[in-house]
Design a protein around this ligand. Structure first.
Ligand code: GLA
Length: 715
């Protein structure tokens, strides 16, 4: 028996020498784990027995296998038997390595389980070894596999589209195979996210239900498969998408999968998110402890109309409102006819536009530094515009089957990173910039299309495994840049939401959550994203009103109050703001710098979903429960609407808390001149934790798009 315990839960495997490895339990901790083996019901001999911990094609399963191989003698299928296992203990958990061997071929699979007990989070991955001399073909290989007993599971996952990412979907798991995946090659998380929840009995609530949470840490093509089998059990697996990723393993080599992250809760989905967020913050995320300043980005304020003068003004305004960084977005590069004056030209020509910036960027970056600001730059390094010097010089450098006409998307093509020469060019171009302008402290790394026609004109195209080669080159570039410029910060932009996965999060310190900055739609997008990813990683910007994506008009306070629940930034033209708006923004940024540790390191309690009610609310609670930050937003107002109080789960009932309103507005009057009360009677009061948890907070919002941010401090 192998008992992989991980904080609150465990996986139990039945391991007998020369037998198949079986999974006999996944779920809560058992005081007598051996009982699940001793009391297993017998399997009727005329039924297929499929309790394999890592079922492979040919190894006795007719369901979707975790892996499938073919061999140089023309045979397919493997027959794996348990061989041995080891366990290494660490201060924070352990690593189990379980070796399975084929009964005939020199194929070895090591199942690796790394656990972190304090977070109840584990990663499963596989290492596949070819111990012989002939090639072995890996047709598919999942990173991890679970078999869950029972007939009544619900699946929760995220799907959407551009500017509408990560909408929540809940469905009962029915007979058959359900695939969630991406074949986009790059920007693989815009339409579906490689994360899911599986709950027993019904869709979990925030506080109830047995729930498994899974997320694949891979930024390339991915696949999660969920199958209800002939016995009614649920088989679940995640890994690199086999479509277009068939690897050949030469003799004497090995292949490593990305990790599948798994966690479990017996008390609903709330703990799943908190476990993942804490683990991400403490263990997984790139530069997790780095102080990232509130930034002002030029995109929605200037679009392509950037030049020295506009940027000087932006830098001045950024410093004036108290931002800590200015980011120059698209539009600063390309020359003459190739100038980036629209999205039709210039990508790949990463030379500063001499007409727009006669002195270059260095003086602007220095100006920013002298004003106490970091300087950030937008790049889309994987791309080339057909209208560019780079494309004219190297038409063979694009991703495409060279015998077919290339197809553009947003007027652009992708560079073929699977070609080592192109990889080196991309690395050197960015590296040179960073060496020439050391003031650059932040790169917004964009990626505004996907791979629709995989292929390479290079001498060794390896088209069957193109997507993996592409992704590995991408990771090498970014890792190389981080190693050489360790203080650099990176945002994974990818059109918003397109690189939101734990593979990217190891290299990037934040995601651009969505190109949609409308605060109402952001509440939905951030709600879904926050199920799996921490607020620290979710860039959230205040933009102008009416909103450029939805046309919705909302008050500045509402926009700030939404953006402050993630990683706050601004993306507008400060010179178009009124004096009152600038004053409000200056104070809000200052407040954000004060309360940000709660957003970044607090435990997230989702109190009311935007899907359920126009009154939406979340709460961040410091782990010691001495401080908390409450957000409440009203997205629609009908006279007579009545919302039940928001019960602040997560606080300590035995403490008392003072309540301070953040971002208050001046006293308001109704249209007939009657003064309106503040939105809560609890502001500046001290209230018991018991009242806040058990009775709850009632807000009185008088207009649509009203909101409240409240800092709670234990007395
Ligand atoms: C993408 C990004 C935006 C902006 C533009 C620039 O759409 O998501 O934030 O950078 O590209 O072209």
């Amino acid at each position: 028996m192998i008992n992989i315990s991980c904080g609150k839960w465990q996986i139990i495997l039945k391991a007998q020498k020369e037998s198949k490895l079986e999974i006999v339990h996944a779920g809560p901790l058992l005081s007598h784990p051996e009982e699940v083996i001793n009391h297993r019901p017998p399997v009727f001999p005329w039924l297929n027995k499929t309790d394999w911990a890592y079922p492979v094609r040919g190894g006795g399963t007719f369901h979707e296998p975790a892996a499938s191989f073919s061999f140089s003698d023309g045979q397919i299928g493997a027959d794996l038997f348990f061989h041995s296992h080891t366990k290494k203990s660490f201060d924070d958990g352990a690593l189990w390595e379980i070796c399975l061997k084929d009964s005939h071929y020199p194929l070895e699979i090591i199942l690796r389980f790394r656990t972190w007990d304090n977070y109840s989070v584990m990663e499963e991955s596989v290492l596949i070894r070819n111990r012989g001399g002939e090639e072995i073909h890996i047709n598919q290989a999942a990173s991890g596999f679970l078999r869950l007993k029972g007939n009544d599971f619900w699946l929760t996952h995220l799907a959407g589209s551009w500017a509408n990412e990560n909408r929540l979907i809940e469905e009962k798991v029915e007979r058959g195979l359900k695939i969630l995946d991406s074949r986009e090659g790059a920007r693989t998380t815009r339409h579906q996210n490689p994360s899911l929840l599986l709950s027993r009995g019904r869709a979990s609530t925030e506080t109830s239900g047995e729930v498994f949470g899974l997320s694949l840490a891979w930024d390339g093509n991915w696949r999660l498969a969920c199958e209800k089998d002939d016995q009614g059990d649920v088989l679940i697996q995640g890994g690199i998408n086999p479509a277009g990723s068939q690897s050949v393993l030469p003799g004497g080599t090995e292949w490593k999968s990305p990790p599948l992250i798994m966690t479990w809760s017996g008390e609903g989905r709330g703990p799943i998110s908190r476990q993942l967020h804490r683990w991400a913050n403490d263990v997984k995320m790139a530069k997790r402890h780095e102080e990232v300043p509130v930034l002002l980005n030029s995109w929605e304020g200037a679009y392509f109309n950037v030049n020295s003068d506009t940027i000087k003004k932006f830098i001045h305004d950024a410093a004036d409102i108290g931002a800590g960084m200015f980011v120059l977005d698209d539009g600063w590069f390309g020359q003459g006819d190739d100038a980036r004056n629209s999205d039709k030209a210039g990508l790949g020509d990463w030379e500063i536009n001499k007409e727009k910036f006669p002195q270059g960027l260095a003086p602007l970056a220095k100006k920013a530094r002298d004003k106490g600001l970091k300087f950030g730059l937008w790049l889309e390094p994987e791309m080339v515009s057909p209208q560019s010097k780079l494309y004219r010089e190297h038409p063979e450098w694009i991703v495409n089957n060279p015998h077919h006409q290339p197809l553009t998307e947003r007027f652009q093509l992708m560079l073929d990173l699977s070609n080592r020469e192109v990889e080196a060019y991309v690395f050197q171009t960015i590296d040179q910039y960073l060496c020439d302008i050391p003031e650059i402290g932040y790169i917004k790394w964009d990626c505004n299309r996907q791979i629709t026609s995989p292929g390479s004109a290079s001498s060794n195209p390896s088209t069957n495994d193109f997507f993996r080669h592409y992704e590995e080159a991408f990771l090498r570039i970014i890792k190389g840049l981080r190693e050489k410029h360790p203080s650099l910060l990176f945002q994974a932009c990818a059109s918003g939401g397109g690189r939101m996965n734990y593979g990217a999060l190891e290299q990037f310190h934040e995601f651009w959550t969505s190109d949609n900055t409308d605060p109402v739609q952001r509440l939905f997008i951030q709600w879904g994203s926050g199920l799996f990813y921490p607020a620290r990683a979710m860039a959230s910007h205040v933009t102008s009103s009416p909103n450029h994506q939805t046309g919705r008009t909302t008050p500045l306070k509402f926009r700030f109050d939404v953006a402050m629940s993630g990683r706050l930034g601004l993306e507008l033209q400060p010179s178009h703001m009124s004096d009152e708006e600038r004053t409000f923004s200056r104070r809000a940024i200052k407040e954000y710098n004060r309360i940000r540790p709660l957003v970044f390191d607090g435990d997230l309690y989702r109190l009311r979903a935007p899907y359920e009610s126009p009154l939406t609310s979340i709460l961040f609670v410091r782990p010691d429960k001495k401080e908390a930050l409450l957000f409440a937003w009203l997205t629609q107002r009908f006279v007579g609407d009545n919302y039940s109080p928001l019960k602040l789960q997560g606080l300590d009932e035995n403490l008392s808390y003072s309540l301070e309103e953040i971002n208050p507005l001046p006293p308001m009057v109704d249209p007939s001149g009657i003064p309106l009360p503040r939105t809560s009677t609890l502001y500046d009061q001290t209230v018991s934790g018991s009242y806040l948890v058990n009775h709850g907070v009632e807000f009185q919002f008088f207009t649509e798009y009203s909101s409240a941010v409240v800092l709670l401090k234990a007395k």
